[in-house]
Ligand binder design. Structure first.
Ligand code: ZN
Length: 502
């Protein structure tokens, strides 16, 4: 039975979907005004593993991950310029051009990291109608008010009428009110500093604005996730995910909007939050010089790290920590992750070989021993699932896979031991290993040898063989390369290769 830690109830709960076998999952996606950084990759990887695992368990998952292309303001609050509009102005581009550019790059990075694409990837700018409709529902309930063409959510009134703003994040509204300086710029329109924008009026020079019942403007950042999750997953659905940094105010506001709508409810029953990433023990930030985008990471062009690491190394690195724990990235940690990842891949290669196949019938096999050994192997193979069931404990699942791999290696090295396990048990354990590594954890074999370098190596052997007049070997190398579509050409100056044109 899968258990997941629900931030809303602050405990691990058994997961059962509302409408089995369907599972509705919503994850807050990127704001597409710049390249995603390393920390941005953790959530998508965590929720990719969760989606894969739920699918493995037979659920039919509808995975929605949005694209924020409007409404997310500099400073993450209700003031300042729109992040996209600012990027567009700086680069003299259309905002949608900026959004398209970074959306494509984001998808490429996610694909490289082995994250399956979401089933639905709605854009905020494509759901203005739904967002306006939701605001109207909230106004209808008397929980939002209009000032100068902007609409704000009335937090004190919402709580006075039984709402629980602060429930998700554990914040107390009275304290929030006391701690916020009312004179903060732009707060003037709000009745209380805790109130947040559902709609912001926009001046004619604003690059992104739409007509609304309150005049031209654009939606508040928190609104899109409520509107789009309701549209594609229903007013009540199963899982809402996101980074811990989104818990407040973003998710807190989402829940308030859902509760204040015409179909009250928290939206998702399970609210899951992945913890953050630090780099060399520090929070990632541009000023500390340890801010690493995914592309810089893959190319090895960041000063914070000594070299490039592959996407699968990064994926393995994140899986080494339980998603609710913080994780620290460093060269040492990445080198250890690379080692672990390669070890797992060597396990896949072992399973592809003949080494785990019993070759001959041993004359005398102790039946009892056979049963006991087979059961022991089955038990080892069941372990990764036990840990995945426990709030997606990927580090322990990985440790269990290494235990299983150790057993495979022993069996492969000692035919006598292999003969004492039933071939069915070996095949089942091998299938489990492959399923967990590839299908659930999403770790795939990355080509790490360069074809160019291997070819240079082969040409070196060819020249050596020629010098030694070992013509059998010369022919062998020629024909081996020919099968790969490569022809060797002997020239006056040495050896060259070309693509076979046959
Ligand atoms: Zn969101």
């Amino acid at each position: 039975m899968l258990t997941l830690y629900n931030t809303l109830t602050r405990k691990k709960e058994s997961f059962a979907p509302l409408h089995p076998p369907l599972v509705g999952l919503y994850l807050c996606g990127p704001t597409v005004y710049n390249d995603a950084h390393l920390g941005n990759a953790r959530g998508p990887i965590v929720f990719d593993v969760l989606t894969r695992y739920l699918r493995y368990r037979g659920f039919q998952v509808r995975y929605v991950r949005n694209i924020t292309d409007v409404g997310h303001l500099v400073g993450d609050g209700d003031e300042g310029e729109d992040k996209l509009a600012r990027a567009a102005r700086a680069q003299k581009l259309e905002p949608m051009q900026v959004a398209q550019h970074y959306t494509v790059r984001y998808r490429q990075a996610m694909a490289a990291l082995g994250c399956l694409p979401p089933d639905i990837e709605p854009q905020a700018s494509g759901h203005i109608t739904e967002q306006i409709a939701l605001i109207e529902e909230i106004i209808q309930r008397g929980l939002a008010y209009e000032v100068n063409g902007s609409v704000y959510f009335d937090v004190p009134k919402y709580n006075a009428e039984g709402g629980e703003y602060g429930r998700l994040s554990g914040r107390v509204v009275e304290e929030l009110l006391a701690n916020t300086r009312a004179e903060l710029a732009g707060q003037a329109e709000k009745r209380a500093p805790t109130d947040f924008a559902l709609w912001k009026s926009a001046a004619p020079e604003h690059l992104m604005r739409w007509p609304s019942p309150w005049g031209e403007g654009f939606p508040g950042w928190h609104l899109e996730c409520s509107a789009m999750s309701r549209k594609y997953l229903g007013a009540e659905f199963d899982i809402h995910g996101g980074g811990l940094d989104l818990m407040f105010p973003h998710h807190e506001c989402e829940i308030a909007q859902n509760e204040a709508s015409a179909t009250p409810g928290t939206g998702a029953r399970f609210w899951l939050h992945n913890n953050m990433l630090t780099v060399n023990g520090q929070k990632m930030s541009k000023s500390l010089g340890n801010f690493i985008t995914l592309n810089e990471f893959f190319q090895g062009s960041s000063d914070a790290l000594s070299q490039a690491y592959s996407p699968m190394t990064l994926r393995f690195f994140f899986l080494q920590a339980q998603y609710r724990s913080p994780i620290d990235l460093s060269d040492d940690a990445l080198q250890a992750a690379r080692k672990g990842y390669r070890k797992l891949m060597n396990g896949l290669r072992l399973l592809d070989s003949e080494k785990l196949k019993v070759k001959s019938e041993e004359a005398e096999i102790d039946e009892q021993k056979l049963v006991a050994n087979s059961q022991q192997l089955n038990a080892l193979a069941a372990k990764p699932f036990e840990f995945l069931d426990d709030d997606l404990n990927t580090p322990r699942a990985l440790a269990a896979l290494f235990d299983l791999l150790k057993r495979f290696n022993t069996l492969a090295a000692t035919p006598a031991a292999l003969a004492e396990v039933s071939p069915e048990a070996v095949a089942a354990a091998a299938a489990t290993y492959r399923t967990v590594v590839v299908d659930i954890l999403g770790l795939r074999d990355e080509p790490r040898a360069s074809a160019e370098e291997l070819l240079t190596l082969a040409l070196g052997f060819y020249q050596e063989a020629k010098l030694e007049k070992a013509y059998d070997k010369v022919d062998q190398i020629r024909s081996a390369l020919k099968t790969q579509g490569i022809v060797i050409k002997d020239t006056k100056t040495g050896v060259e290769w070309a693509y076979s044109e046959e």
